[in-house]
Design a protein around this ligand. Structure first.
Ligand code: HEC
Ligand code: HEC
Length: 269
């Protein structure tokens, strides 16, 4: 009896799975294929010349993850990207168009482009998921920003991101991604980042790396140093640079009028 129930359950599971994939396939062909391509290789008919190019799903290499460097993403990571999109690129946000169930279905479908997701030994283990403490150990301060600035130089972030984080470091023009396509380091003074701009989002980027890009994981930093780096990176958005932050509370500091475009660029946040 038990065996029959188990066999039936397995059949129901596989049917549900197939229905899910079928639904995912329909959505994919309507909403994603024009950019990501029929074969999921990122070469859709609508995406010629896009920079960055739509992701090639076939290798299972994903930038935006809560898993350690080099690991596959978990479903929730992919669902999040589809829900909120990738700001500053052609990747739209789908949460106003697709239901949560549709997003789950299409994510299962794009995973099926890569054999890695079917290899149980390749799937992330619970310990491969980054645990970022919910509460920061200290509040941002001028001291933490200054310490973060020092780390930014010591850890060679400037090599790629440049002295002021604008994405114009000495190596910026030479970088390529895993598909041999030139890639530029993010301009860290933008009001939005590709994978979110909460403190936790920034912490995650240099802790787990952006797979498939030259953006590395920094393993040797203490938790305190990571939050200091976060504070420095956040301070860059002011578009007035580090020195402004150091002196902004000093009434004796000469204040220049805002550049004309400052308001437009800061109001996006
Ligand atoms: C108009 C073009 C376009 C459409 C339509 C589109 N995408 Fe994308 N997508 C992109 C681009 C461009 C990127 C690359 C962003 C980057 O590398 O910074 C991307 C990246 C992604 C990523 C990779 C995130 C990572 O962690 O590396 C996922 C997942 C994704 N898209 C899923 C989807 C799904 C699912 C759909 C359909 C519901 C879809 N996309 C529709 C252009 C598009
Ligand atoms: C070898 C070059 C290189 C080094 C060194 C490097 N980065 Fe990056 N970084 C990149 C590239 C390239 C990207 C953009 C990836 C993309 O857009 O897909 C990036 C992206 C980022 C982003 C995300 C920006 C966004 O829009 O999502 C942050 C934050 C960041 N880097 C911080 C740092 C910090 C902090 C350091 C030093 C601890 C550092 N990076 C060192 C190359 C580098």
């Amino acid at each position: 009896m038990e065996e029959i129930v188990e066999a039936l359950q397995a059949q129901v599971d596989s049917l549900t799975n197939n229905m899910h994939l079928e639904r995912g396939r329909k959505i994919y062909f309507q909403a994603c294929m024009p950019c990501h391509g029929i074969r999921g290789d990122g070469r859709g008919p609508a995406a010629k010349g896009f920079d960055p190019a739509p992701r090639n799903f076939r290798r299972g290499v994903y930038k935006f993850r809560t898993t350690i460097s080099g690991a596959l993403p978990i479903d929730a990571d992919l669902e999040r990207t589809v829900r909120v999109g990738v700001p500053g690129t052609e990747m739209p946000r789908w949460k106003d168009v697709l239901s949560q169930a549709d997003i789950k279905a299409v994510v299962q479908y794009i995973k099926a482009f890569s054999p890695w997701f079917e290899d149980p030994y390749a799937l992330p283990l619970p310990e491969d998921i980054l645990k970022i403490p919910e509460d920061r150990p200290f509040e941002p301060s001028l001291a933490s920003i200054a310490a973060g600035r020092q780390l930014f130089v010591e850890q060679d972030c400037v090599k790629c991101h440049g002295e002021n984080g604008k994405g114009d470091g000495p190596q910026a023009d030479e970088l390529v991604d895993d598909w041999d396509v030139p890639i530029r380091p993010g301009d860290l003074s933008r009001p939005y980042f590709k994978n979110g701009k909460r403190d936790h989002d920034i912490y995650r980027v240099f802790t787990s790396a952006l797979n498939g890009t030259p953006m590395p994981a920094f393993d040797d930093l203490s938790d305190e140093q990571r939050w200091q780096l976060v504070d420095y990176v956040q301070s860059l958005e002011q578009r007035k640079g580090f020195v402004y932050w150091l002196f902004r509370e000093n009434p004796n500091q000469v204040r220049h009028p805002e550049p004309e475009n400052a308001e437009a660029s800061n109001s996006g946040g």
